[in-house]
Each structure stands twice: as C-alpha cells, then as structure tokens.
Write a protein that binds this ligand. Structure first.
Ligand SMILES: Cc1ncc(COP(=O)(O)O)c(C=O)c1O
Length: 413
C-alpha cells in the first residue's frame, strides 16, 4: 500500500463510483438535465480549488506530469526558453520541461530539501521563463523567498505539489500561491484515484488556456465546454467521472490523513531527537507539513549509508529518479524524437545544455548523508523503512526504537 489515501479506500469510494456507473454518465460533460448526472469531476474541482484558496481547478487524466506540461504550455513556454527546477525531484518535473521543448536548468536544494532561493537567483538568465518549485516529501518550499526572487525578475512560479497535496504554507494550501499549482493522484500520493492530476490557478485567462489545452481548444463553462470558441488547437486530458468519484470520496478523508500522520511523525521525531549528531530537515512551515516523511541527516555519508543499510533502507542520493544524477536518460539527453531538441536545437541559440553527475555538489552532499523515515508513504525507491497510514502509535514507537537501536552505535562512534 504505497500512499495514505489508497489504504483508506472503502464504502465511500464504492458508493461514489456506483453512482457514476448507475447514471451511465462517465464523461465530465453529463447533461445538466439528467437528474442522475453527479458532476463528480466538477465537484471535486470546486473542493480542491477551495483548499488551495483559488478560483479555478482543472481535473486531468494525465497525472501530475500532464499538469506540469499543460502549465508550461499555458504560460506560453516553449523552444528557446529556460525553466529552473531542483535537482532533487521526481523526473517528471524535468520531463515536462523537455516535452514543452524548453530547457531544464537544474538548481540546488538547501537544508529544506527544496529549492535554494539564492541558487535559483544565480541561475536566472534573460531566457528564464518559469521556476518549478517542488514541495518534496510533503513539506513546503521557501515560498516567500522564492516568490520574492520570481517577482523581482517577473518570472512565474509553477508549484509542483505532487508530493504535498494537503500541505499548507502560512495557512494556504500549497498550489494556490504560484501562477499554477499541480497535484498528482497516483497511488503514492496523499489521496488517489489510481492515476490522475489537477491544476489550480487564480488567473482566469490562464485557466481558459489550460482548459483549452486539456480539451481540444474548448473554453470552459460550468458543466461542459463552450463550443465554437477555440483559441488554438488542444489535446485531450479530460478526467473521467469515475476518477472524479473516487477523488471526491478521498478528498473528504484529507483531515483524517493529516491528523494521523502528524501524530505519528511527532512520536517518532520526539523519540529519536536526542541521538547525538542526528539532524532533521528544516521544515519551513511546521504547521503546514503534511508529515508523510521524516527526513533525518547524519554527520557523514558513511554513517548515513551504514544506518540505512542496516535498517533495510536507502540514503536519499540513492532514491532512483528523484535525483538528477540517477536520471540516465537526462544525463544522456535522450529524447523521444532523437533529434536533440531542446538540448541542442537551433531555437536554443548559443551553447548546449549539459547535465552531469556532480553538477549540484551541495545537493549531492546533502542527499548522501540523509534518509527519509516514511510516515505515510511506502516507496522502495524513497523510504522503504517506516510507517504506513494503517500503523498506530505503538507501531510508531517501535519504528523509533528500531531506528535508535541501529543508529546509536554509529552516532556514538
Ligand atoms: C515531485 C513530483 N512531480 C511530478 C510527479 C508526476 O506525477 P504523476 O505520476 O501523477 O504523473 C510526481 C510523481 O511521482 C512527483 O513526485
């Protein structure tokens, strides 16, 4: 059971899905005259927009990856443009830029394990058109500082909230602060419908563009789309009512998920806090932490590796495609067309984009001496040691005790 939401699937999800099947209206564009049409996608969009504190939300069949791609396209980003993205993120944050034919510019993360604002600013060039701020492992990035940098340079922020749906920043749901915010609902995420995503925004024009990209160029209206208003060619990323139904039941479990994970995280953190030399990730807004992960740091990479191995876990630098240096397709600039665009296409102008192990030394060093204790997400490539949503307080205490037992000899030495 990878994420918290999937463990809670029960009668509520079944009832919502049965309603859709019984109505035989599986598309989001059901008829307003049909009393059986539940408009599940529309309803969950309204709930999620409200959680983010913005006016618009758009359900997608294309997951968080599609949401990032559509956000970039909606902002008019394309060939010749650069987009700054952290080197510690799931590969999709980077692939979306490549699929928009823009160039990813990798930046360092700091002790928040999210983008380092000073490093972002240092990488801004006249070609920079967006910053993808990823809220990794459930905790918000330094949004105040990043927004300050972005605003001073007139560059929009796209919030990648795939791993942080339900986290808040200064009381507002993450996703509502940037030009767009993107959620993923795959099985590893806070809530799930198997696969799917959502974009939120408070910008009416941008919402119109996002909607049009996601549905053949159409303009949105309440239940359906306005025909004969097609500003440009679009695609099809429409969310089905079946996905919307599952999500609607899941989103109503968000408070339960957050409360449970935060309580378990507090138990584990308190019990291991006094280990000498053990550090913790800086959580910039502790009130807003989703608490899916507890990230700890060790005095050296060697100690971290030894502890991780004995726990049956991994250090964060070994976490598969969450680290730029493990993304072999990026390092080798392998694109689907094989033509090299965007990395060396003529639109890019001077110079070729280059990616290599060691290009982000601060990120590399930090991740090598860190590991995540999963609190509500089990992912063999990220946090194989820890808790699941179904684990109670006693299990949280056992995990903390086991961690202390393994780590103490290494930290004492
Ligand atoms: C940080 C991040 N961004 C984007 C994505 C892509 O989301 P999806 O799998 O829904 O396409 C993920 C998924 O794991 C993610 O963790």
């Amino acid at each position: 059971m990878p994420g918290p939401g999937v463990e809670l699937i029960g009668e509520e999800e079944i009832a919502e899905v049965m309603q859709v099947l019984t109505s035989r209206s599986l598309s989001r564009y059901g008829s307003a005259d049909d009393p059986d049409f539940g408009a599940k996608v529309r309803h969950v969009e309204v709930e999620i927009a409200s959680l983010a504190g913005v006016r618009y939300a758009l359900g997608l069949s294309g997951g968080g990856s599609g949401g990032l791609w559509i956000s970039l396209l909606g902002l008019g980003i394309g060939p010749g443009d650069e987009v700054i993205v952290p080197g510690f993120t799931f590969v999709a944050s980077i692939s979306a830029i490549v699929y928009a034919r823009a160039t990813p510019v990798l930046a360092e993360v700091d002790d928040s394990f999210n983008l380092d604002p000073a490093d972002v600013e240092a990488r801004i060039t006249p070609r920079t058109r967006a910053i993808i701020v990823v809220h990794m492992l459930g905790a918000p990035a330094r949004l105040d500082e990043l927004k300050d940098v972005a605003d001073r340079h007139g560059i929009p922020i796209i919030e990648d909230c795939a791993q942080a749906f339900g986290a808040t920043y200064q009381g507002q749901g993450v996703g509502g602060i940037g030009a767009t915010g993107v959620y993923s609902f795959n099985e590893y995420k806070t809530i799930t419908c198997g696969d799917g995503g959502m974009i939120v925004t408070d910008d009416e024009d941008l919402y119109g563009r996002l909607f049009a990209i996601h549905d053949q160029g159409h303009a949105p209206n309440r239940l359906g789309s306005k025909y004969a208003e097609r500003p440009f060619l679009g695609m099809n990323f429409r969310m089905t009512e079946l996905s919307g139904a599952v999500l609607l039941a899941q989103v109503r479990k968000l408070d339960l998920i957050r409360t449970h994970l935060r309580a378990n995280k507090k138990i584990v953190k308190t019990m291991i806090a006094d280990l000498p030399g053990l550090g913790f990730r800086t959580v910039v807004d502790p009130e807003g932490d989703l608490a899916t992960h507890l990230v700890v740091t060790f005095p050296s990479a060697e100690v971290a590796r030894n502890v991780a191995t004995e726990l049956g876990s991994i250090t964060l630098d070994a976490s598969g495609w969450h680290v730029y240096s493990n993304m072999e397709h990026l390092l080798q600039r392998r694109t689907v067309s094989g033509k090299g665009c965007p990395f060396d296409c003529s639109c890019y102008g001077t110079g070729e984009a280059d990616y290599y192990r060691g290009m982000l030394p601060l990120t590399d060093a930090l991740l090598a001496r860190s590991l995540s204790i999963g609190i509500g997400v089990f992912d063999a490539n990220l946090a194989p040691f820890g808790l699941r949503m179904s684990d109670d307080e006693a299990a949280a205490r056992r995990v903390a005790e086991r961690f202390c037992e393994v780590a103490t000899p290494y930290l004492a030495g």
